[in-house]
Design a protein around this ligand. Structure first.
Ligand SMILES: O=C(O)COP(=O)(O)O
Ligand SMILES: [Mg+2]
Length: 232
């Protein structure tokens, strides 16, 4: 983050791979969907790099392990219906908060920042999950992958948050685990911080063009505090 730049007034925080390790939930729901088609279960290491681009892409990638393009088209809608039903039934059962998430959110709030959650997860999964994990009270705004016409890496949801908060993007930081989050932030002209413990489509976090890698949301809050303390 640039010294002398305007103070940060809001943070936009990603969900999967940033606040919650949701891969165990994806494993349950995807394998329940695959069982409907008599397909063998798949493991978390295969699933992890597929998370982050929304449900549509995830279902297509998972079906592509066994089916050709024509067969994927033929079963897509049925697969999506199975997946959504199964995911909603197990949502949050196996997901766990990453270290420093609650502390980091509390620190950002205590510094007066406004908080939004922007995820590519469908909003129908996101809202109950945030509530169940005690995250909902931190967020003034929540946008899922299907809340707006375009999702990350498009800047649309981030720009919408800036408008909702009536803040210029240069006073907003996005915090995420993947290039998806960083590309959206760069295109929106927000700051962006990256956590190293998430999924990033199976690629090294160091490859992401961001304003810094932070080990936790608590470290992100410390960086924002340092940035803001240089302002007059
Ligand atoms: O693709 C998803 O379902 C969610 O991904 P995100 O929370 O990292 O944006
Ligand atoms: Mg993510």
């Amino acid at each position: 983050m640039r010294p002398g730049a305007a103070p940060i007034r809001a943070a936009i925080i990603d969900l999967d791979g940033t606040m919650l390790d949701t891969v165990p939930d994806f494993e349950l729901a995807l394998n329940a969907m695959r069982a409907e088609f008599h397909l063998a279960p798949i493991g978390q290491e295969l699933i992890k790099p597929m998370v982050g681009k929304g449900s549509e892409k995830l279902i297509r990638d998972v079906l592509a392990l066994d089916y050709d393009a024509a067969r994927i088209e033929a079963v897509h809608d049925e697969a999506m219906a199975h997946y959504q039903r199964h995911y909603l039934a197990i949502n949050g059962e196996r997901s766990v908060l990453f270290d420093g998430v609650l502390e980091g959110l509390a620190a950002l709030k205590a510094m007066g920042l406004r908080l939004a959650c922007v995820t590519n997860k469908p909003i129908a999964f996101t809202t109950p999950l945030l509530a169940q994990k005690g995250l909902a009270p931190f967020f003034e705004l929540v946008y899922g992958g299907d809340s707006l016409p375009r999702k990350k890496p498009d800047p649309m949801p981030l720009l919408q948050v800036c408008r909702d908060f009536d803040l210029p993007p240069a006073q907003v930081v996005a915090i995420g685990d993947s290039s998806n989050d960083a590309e959206a932030a760069r295109a929106a002209h927000c700051f962006v911080l990256t956590v190293p413990y998430g999924y990033n489509h199976g690629r090294p976090v160091q490859d992401i063009d961001s304003d810094g890698i932070v080990n936790s949301l608590l470290d992100a809050a410390e960086l924002v505090r340092a940035h803001n303390s240089t302002q007059h």
